[in-house]
Structure formats: structure tokens, C-alpha cells
Write a protein that binds this ligand. Sequence first.
Ligand SMILES: O=P(O)(O)OC[C@H]1O[C@H](OP(=O)(O)OP(=O)(O)O)[C@H](O)[C@@H]1O
Ligand SMILES: Nc1ncnc2[nH]cnc12
Length: 176
Amino acid sequence: MSAASLEQRILGALRDIPDFPEPGVTFKDITPLIADAELFAEVVRAHAQPWQGSVDAVAGLEARGFIFGAAIAVHLGLGFIPVRKGGKLPGPTVGVDYALEYGTARIEIHEDAVAQGSRVLVVDDVLATGGTAAAACTLLESCGAVVPGVEILVEIEALRGRDALAGRAVRSLVTV
Ligand SMILES: O=P(O)(O)OC[C@H]1O[C@H](OP(=O)(O)OP(=O)(O)O)[C@H](O)[C@@H]1O
Ligand SMILES: Nc1ncnc2[nH]cnc12
């Protein structure tokens, strides 16, 4: 009997929560996956490996993108840029409003967070409508970053988030 693939193990470690945070949404809960130390480490390695030596910083999207993004940054020996929800960062910020599967939000970064021309990898856990990831790419680029790719753990194919990121290199470890 062959060992389960990383993809199968990720799928087995995600939990579907029906009608959260609102009726009609099936929430993909990553908490069982990150509770599994070995699987969490393998996921971080799988996200990071293709980017070794080719990016300058990693940006993670609050809040769940911080969990993976920060770990990927450490794995690659790079600094981390927190892309935060509106009103959370203490210094002068730049931000953008956007829509996601359930509602609207605002993301911000510190106005000096990006070194001009630096290559910044964008990381998040879930790609649904793509509103969040697209807003983050636009925001980082407006501050002088080059975004060579977007790393996603779970892509919800039916919501067509890739369409919002057309022309970008989007890699998801699993598709549901
Ligand atoms: O593709 P989209 O439709 O934009 O949705 C994806 C986003 O939604 C979730 O974040 P959420 O805003 O719920 O924040 P959280 O990580 O703080 O729970 C998820 O972590 C992504 O960031
Ligand atoms: N269905 C979903 N599950 C988890 N995070 C999400 N972000 C947007 N849609 C989501």
C-alpha cells in the first residue's frame, strides 16, 4: 500500500464547517492541519521550495495567511510583511478596500513596508473569490513591489478566484 500523497493528507486535515460565518458558506477550517506538526512543516516546505533564492520578502494576509506566510518566510530566511485588516497597524499606512466571499473588508500595509523593486511572494490559506489576494497584490505593487507569485493552501475552484488574479502565477496545494 502506498503512502498518502501530501495533497491527500492536506485534504484529510481540512474540516468543513457548514453555514459559517453565514448561511450558505462552507468554511474550510485549517486548524486540524496546523495542529499536526509534521503536516504543517511539510506544507510550509511545499509552499517555500519553488521560491528558494528568487524572492526578497514574503507577505501574509491577516489572519490565517500570517500562520503560513510567517513560517514560509522563516523557512526561506526572509523577512515578513504583514498585510493587515484596516486600522490595526500603528504607523502611517496605505490600504485598499475589497470584497470577499462573505462581505467586504480593507487591508493595509505600512507605507515603508516594501523596498522599491523587491520581489514579494503573497501567501494566504484560502482562495475563494480572489478578492483578498488580488487586493493584496495591487496594494503591494502600488508600493513598488514586484509580485512574482501567490501561494495558496486551498483553492475553492467554484468561486473562480483565479479569474480575479488573471495573469498572475497562482499556485494552490489543493483544489476543492
Ligand atoms: O478569496 P476571497 O473571497 O477574498 O476569500 C479569501 C480570504 O478569506 C479569508 O480571510 P478572512 O477575511 O475571513 O480573514 P481571517 O483570515 O482573519 O479569518 C481567507 O483567509 C482569505 O484571506
Ligand atoms: N469558504 C471559506 N472557507 C474558509 N475561508 C474562506 N475565505 C473565503 N471563503 C472561505
